[in-house]
Structures are given as C-alpha cells and as structure tokens.
Design a protein. Sequence first.
Length: 269
Amino acid sequence: MFEVLDETGRNTDLRDRIREVLERVAPHVAETTGLPLPAQARYRLLPPKAWREEFRLNAHRILARDIAELDPTPAEIDATRVVLKGAGAAAVLVWPLVLGSTHKAADGQHETVIAPTTWRHAGLLADDPAIHQVVAHELVHHLQAKARAGEVWKTFFPALRGLENIPRDSFTYVLEGHATWADRQVTGRLFGTPADHRQARKSWRYRLHDNPVIRRLGPSREAYEQGAALIARAVQAHGTHSVNRIWKDVSLLPTAEELADPAAWARRL
C-alpha cells in the first residue's frame, strides 16, 4: 500500500522509518476519520530545490486542468500566470516551514513530498512523536483526496466552477483542520498525549523564516487551530459520518461566519 521513495540519495534510514510509521498509523487514521484508506499512498523525499520545483509544477498542473475544463479567457489565464510566478518565488521562503505537502502528481496519483532538510531544521528527526504526527497528518490528506474523488476543491477560477459563494478560507480550514484534529487523535492514542511538532527544537534557519511576513505566504496557523476546533465540535455533535458528507457536498462547508463559530457550523450540519 505504501511507497516511500528517497530521491535525495542520502536518507534511506528516514525512508524506512516513514514506511514503518505509515504502517503503524494507517489503521488509526482510518478508524479516527471514518474514511477508507487509498489503494496506494506515495511519499517522496526530495532535496529542497526539487521540493520547490514540485510545488511549482503542482500549481501549473492545476492551472492546466482548469484551462482544459473551464475555458477561461486569455486575460484570466495571463493574470493567473502572474500569480503563479509570485507563488514560485514565495516557495524559496516558505520551504523550511512546510513539513509535508500532498497533491496529485503528473501520473494522477496523490503523493506527499517532503524535504528531509526541512525536518532537520524543524527538529523532527529527534522527535519520534512529531514524525508520527506529520506522517499521519499527510496521510489524512490522502484519505480526503480519495473521498473527494470527482470533486474539485482546488481551482484558480472558483466562479467558473460555481464556488464563488464559498469563502476561500473555508477549504483550507476544513482540509488542514480535519488533518490536524485527526493527527492529534492518532498520536494521543499512540503516545498518551497528542504530539506537537512545534515543541521540537528548531534550527536558526527555521527561526529565521518563522515570522509573520513569511507565514502569510502559506496557510495560517489559525487555519490549523480554528479548523481543528470546527472539526472537533462537529464530530462531538454528530460523529464522523456527518462530517464526511462535506467531501461530496461543498454547500456544507463553513460560511465566513461559521469559520469563527464552530457551534453554528455543527448545528447546520
């Protein structure tokens, strides 16, 4: 089921460790979320430069799909390409902060790309519970992708897909909040208390990049924390079955008001 590739040529021990952790956390992730495991999940260990290139290519694949399916105007396409150029530059700043990124690869399979150098700067290599946390978090994204099959959540033209009335933050809060809620449940089971990779000892490089200006270039910490609160409240009220309806029905995603009011979103669910 799990394919872990070391494309750095220098991290075979970490490759083997991630595979072991995947085997350990997978049943707990499936039980916690109530979502089925995918037939296969791929994790790739990349040098930072290659990780940044995958970050860039993923955005361009999304744009190519949007162009093929939506037929946006040339002006809309040109404007999006300008945005992508800026995002590519931002990757140079944010890579030391991104512990893993899961997306659909060129072959259509979802994969998680990891820069082991980032894990070293973030202190994960000396924190086994944190490794379990991050591996489980990204595996949740694989399960989300399987559950969303056929549904588009990531697009550069939300209006053309009829998603203009859904706050953009709603997608991020639910995706990252759900994965954060789940990784806390899983590591709490395994270690007695939820793991928190933010407590690991960081390098000077990590601390240099970990500032509000650079943080704004990626998902905010609020997306993880408030998103996790949204999911926790909804699961407490209705269980995972009700929450998992969102993967096929975007109308159930939180409104702008509900993002700050988990109880209101739970009531609507």
